[in-house]
Design a protein around this ligand. Structure first.
Ligand code: MG
Length: 477
């Protein structure tokens, strides 16, 4: 069966490379043909997968399977279930609608015109509900969409996480004394200088340079082709240098995971990360737990001073507080560690209500404002800085946002379980940190469900208390 699966894997490999190329070097004029090529590859992949069904069914009945084999069957059964249950017609309608919706979302955001995007969003919500019904759920349709993004996650569990995390975060927010802004946010840099900084930081963390690329794209991302070829991107906005640096460290965290999945699993259905939440847990560990720590700032200070002339008279303290300003704000992607999860909670509630039908798309903007007011005491003045800010819904990604908060939870679980982290970072001992994660999380690929993997690694599934403890330790120290 694994031999036959290699064809599916090979198409996935080609698609990942096409996707990377599309976001980095493809001439814009080719978007249409690239779209056609890519959708045919998806079709071929689906046919090949469906042809594996008799084999999957045969293996699923066997009782002598080891963990790897069971994992492979589990992952394949989920893929088959999707193609078999979700009507062809719904998939077709979505794939016709979403590219248009993305264009319309972009225009609507630029013009601050929610009404222009509303009919598209209504259509998407309708189709997502049909996907949910087809996939199946126990309690509510939104559970299905969560499960599709994070295997085994339910709305109740997500609710439980937020209901503990948000009050604790509000309490910390009231008491912390971190600065609201930093003068360094406004300082401009030369792109060549930051390219050098990024390169040196990558070298410091210790990326295998023969298996790794760093390029530039509008939205930073990671593509793992194999354990020997992982590519990340960043962007250079010309000011506020932490943005490009943290993109590199964040995507670098994703890359480390992809690079360290057990070689024996490559080309199989489990030769990849366990889930979006676990993946995000790795990237946020490197970005936030390490990258925004005092010890890390100390470590990179010489690199910053070497390449950025405006850093000459800055201290470790200046940079630490620049990396860690805390301010309730309107824009998710600019949010700090402490307020970030409120942004996700807003989206979680709205998605859940839209999918259950308790909220209409028409009412969504005012619900958005109400929730921002309640959580962060800020209120958007425009749709562009409110409900139109994220691309996700225009891409049909309902159920994706909560995995960002899960990522914060998973990162904090790593923080809690890893002894002497400060000392390791202070001495640039990143190898032992990587060994820790390689053994506990990375090498297992998708053999286990996310919850099972976390239980094996840390003794518990999503442990929100670890995140609360981490935030208290950091912001109330
Ligand atoms: Mg990420």
């Amino acid at each position: 069966m694994l031999e036959s699966y290699k064809k599916v894997w090979a198409i996935g490999y080609a698609q990942a490379l096409l996707h990377w190329d599309q976001e980095t070097y493809m001439p814009v004029a080719d978007a249409e043909f690239r779209g056609i090529a890519s959708s045919y590859l998806t079709l071929i992949s689906k046919e090949l997968l469906l042809s594996l069904k008799p084999l999957v069914e045969k293996y699923a009945k066997r009782e002598d399977l080891d963990d790897v084999q069971r994992g492979i069957i589990r992952v394949l059964e989920r893929k088959l279930r999707y193609f078999e249950n979700v009507p062809e017609e719904v998939i077709k309608q979505l794939s016709a609608l979403l590219p248009v919706a993305q264009v319309e979302w972009r225009k609507a955001k630029a013009k601050n015109d929610f009404e222009a995007f509303r009919p598209y969003l209504e259509r998407i919500v309708e189709l997502e509900r049909r996907v949910a019904d087809a996939w199946g759920y126990e309690r509510e349709p939104y559970d299905a969409l969560l499960d599709l993004h994070e295997e085994g996650l339910t709305a109740r569990e997500a609710e439980e996480i937020f209901s503990r995390l948000l009050p604790a975060s509000s309490e910390i927010l009231k008491r912390e004394g971190f600065p609201r802004e930093s003068e360094l946010e406004k300082v401009e840099y030369r792109r060549e200088d930051m390219e050098r900084v990024n390169r040196e930081v990558i070298r410091l963390i210790g990326f295998p340079e023969d298996k790794f690329r760093l390029d530039v794209s509008a939205h930073p991302f990671t593509v793992g082709l194999s354990p020997n070829d992982v590519r990340i991107t960043t962007r250079y906005e010309g000011r506020d240098f932490k943005a490009t640096l943290f993109s590199v460290i964040h995507e670098g965290g994703h890359a480390l995971y992809d690079l360290n999945v057990d070689l024996k699993l490559s080309t199989t259905p489990v030769g990849k990360g366990a889930s979006l939440g676990i993946h995000e847990g790795q990237s946020r560990f490197w970005e936030n737990v390490i990258g925004r720590s005092w010890e890390f700032v100390e470590l990179i200070m010489p690199i910053l001073k070497r390449h950025l002339d405006f850093m000459a008279n800055r201290t470790v303290e200046d940079v630490y507080y620049y990396f860690n300003t805390v301010r309730p704000s309107l824009i998710r992607v600019d949010a700090d560690e402490l307020t970030y999860n409120f942004h996700i909670a807003v989206r979680f509630h709205i998605e859940r209500e839209l999918i259950s039908g308790n909220l209409s798309v028409r009412e969504a903007p005012s619900r958005w404002e109400e929730l921002y007011e309640r959580y962060l005491r800020v209120r958007p003045k425009t749709y562009s800085e409110g409900i139109l800010q994220d691309i996700h819904w225009s891409m049909g990604d309902f159920g994706y946002f909560p995995t960002y908060t899960l990522g914060n939870v998973v990162a904090a679980m790593g923080w809690k379980a890893l002894p002497d982290l400060k000392e390791r970072v202070a001495s640039a001992d990143f190898e032992s940190i990587k060994t820790f994660f390689r053994e506990r999380v990375w090498r297992w690929g998708a053999i286990y469900t996310p919850k099972e993997l976390l239980r094996r690694a840390y003794g518990r599934a999503y442990d929100v208390d670890a995140l609360i403890e981490y935030l208290r330790r950091k912001f109330l120290a």
